[in-house]
Write a protein that binds this ligand. Structure first.
Ligand code: NDP
Ligand code: ZN
Length: 364
């Protein structure tokens, strides 16, 4: 076994604390990665606080991981020792079901769905940890730690030209917003709206703009209007009903990144006929949708979950090619509590990224 060290939540009500644990050594087709940077996603906070009612404790979060390959398991040949690689939300999938065979591992229909990089079993908390999942693991521990072991095909290549700390948030925030932009075929000249200007919103706006779309950010925070302008995109206060009315039937795609239950009805009239509002933020029951507004113009309100491995590699390469990336603020692991508070208050600009070198000072 490998000795590992990271930060974990021991209960939903507790803050993250230093945590010593063990990982299985890299087996056949797996690689061992020295973790360098890990982004702080709002999902980490939902999970640590058990807001999705499925957290298994101790919980070591982190699914925006960039590190260096340190060791190859037997037969692993996709990466070389010393390569920079990234691991996003998934570290395995069933590999047998139709979505997996079609390369859409993020929609895996296996008995335990895809295996999450942390809190992996995805079974209700009351069943864990006694009940083992089909991957033969009780739980998985993520990137707020010094070392990670994953199947080599679930590690993405970090393209030259992307700094590791900038690449990290692309593995979830970038991938989760790229996938729907691509799936719904965003093209140059189209109009895309992004609701909620946080970590995902920042990437959604930059990616849609790089695809040639005209982008508008809808924010509840006045101070962010100027920050959107700095990105070269329009911005509107979501509460400004007059401004919303002026935008009626003008958008080809809307993407909501708001992290909790919210009312999307004020935004549906902004869609053109046949167009779609994709909710990627909230993963919980939402306020009922005004079916009249949807039916009269054959609009869709739908959702989307992270991204496939191929899309995740694509968005990394796309960001390198277009020289875009998240606005990051680097923190030490000891600053994580304060970072969580700021994310929850909407104060992050726009993604905290943990420098895991800071763990060294913490290790006993
Ligand atoms: P952030 O907290 O960084 O950004 C969310 C933004 O939404 C805030 O900055 C704020 O922007 C706005 N906002 C927050 N609360 C409210 C509210 N109550 N009403 C209206 N607007 C609000 O979060 P992330 O971008 O990291 O993540 C967003 C959500 O996406 C999370 O819930 C996360 O779990 C989820 N997620 C989903 C994935 C999927 O696969 N579907 C994958 C990854 C994340 P502003 O100040 O501009 O209003
Ligand atoms: Zn995430």
């Amino acid at each position: 076994m490998l000795k590992a060290f990271g930060y974990a939540a021991q209960q939903s009500t507790r803050r993250l604390e230093p945590f010593h644990f063990e990982r299985a050594e890299a087996g056949a087709g797996e690689i061992e990665i020295e973790v360098l940077f890990c982004g702080v996603c709002h999902s980490d906070i939902h999970q640590v606080k058990d807001e999705w009612s499925n957290t298994v404790y101790p919980c070591v979060p982190g699914h925006e991981v960039v590190g260096r390959v340190r060791k190859l398991g037997s037969g692993a040949a996709r990466h070389r020792v010393g390569d920079l690689v990234g691991v996003g939300c998934m570290m395995d999938s069933c590999r047998q079901c139709a979505p997996c065979k079609a390369g859409e591992q993020n929609y895996c229909e296996g008995p335990n769905s895809w295996l999450a990089t942390y809190n992996g079993p995805m079974v209700p908390a009351e069943k864990a940890p006694g009940e083992r999942n089909v991957y033969g693991r009780d739980n998985t521990f993520g990137g707020y730690s010094d070392v990670l072991v994953v199947p080599e095909d679930f590690a993405l290549k970090i393209p030259a030209g992307l700094r590791p700390e900038v690449a990290a948030p692309i593995l979830c925030a970038g991938a989760t917003t790229y996938s729907p932009l691509k799936h719904w075929g965003v093209k140059a000249g189209q109009r895309v709206g992004v609701i909620g200007f946080g970590g995902l919103g920042d990437m959604a706006a930059k990616l849609a703009k790089a695809m040639g779309a005209q982008v508008t950010i809808f924010t509840r925070t006045e101070a962010k209007l100027a920050e959107a302008k700095r990105l070269g995109v329009d911005a509107v206060l979501g509460s400004d009903l007059k401004a919303l009315a002026a935008l009626k039937a003008s958008f080809d795609l809307l993407l909501s990144t708001v992290p909790e239950r919210h009312d999307v009805n004020p935004f549906i009239p902004l869609l053109k006929r046949d167009c779609t509002l994709v909710i990627v933020g909230a993963l919980e029951p939402m306020a009922p949708v005004n079916q009249q507004e949807v039916a009269f113009h054959r609009k869709s309100v739908t959702g989307s979950l992270i991204a496939s491995l191929a899309e995740t590699q694509e968005v990394l390469d796309f960001c390198a090619e277009h020289r875009i990336g998240p606005d990051v603020q680097i923190i030490g692991i000891d600053e994580i509590d304060e970072a969580y508070d700021k994310v929850e208050r909407g104060e992050v600009r726009f993604r905290y990224v943990i420098d895991l070198a800071s763990l060294k000072a913490q290790r006993e």
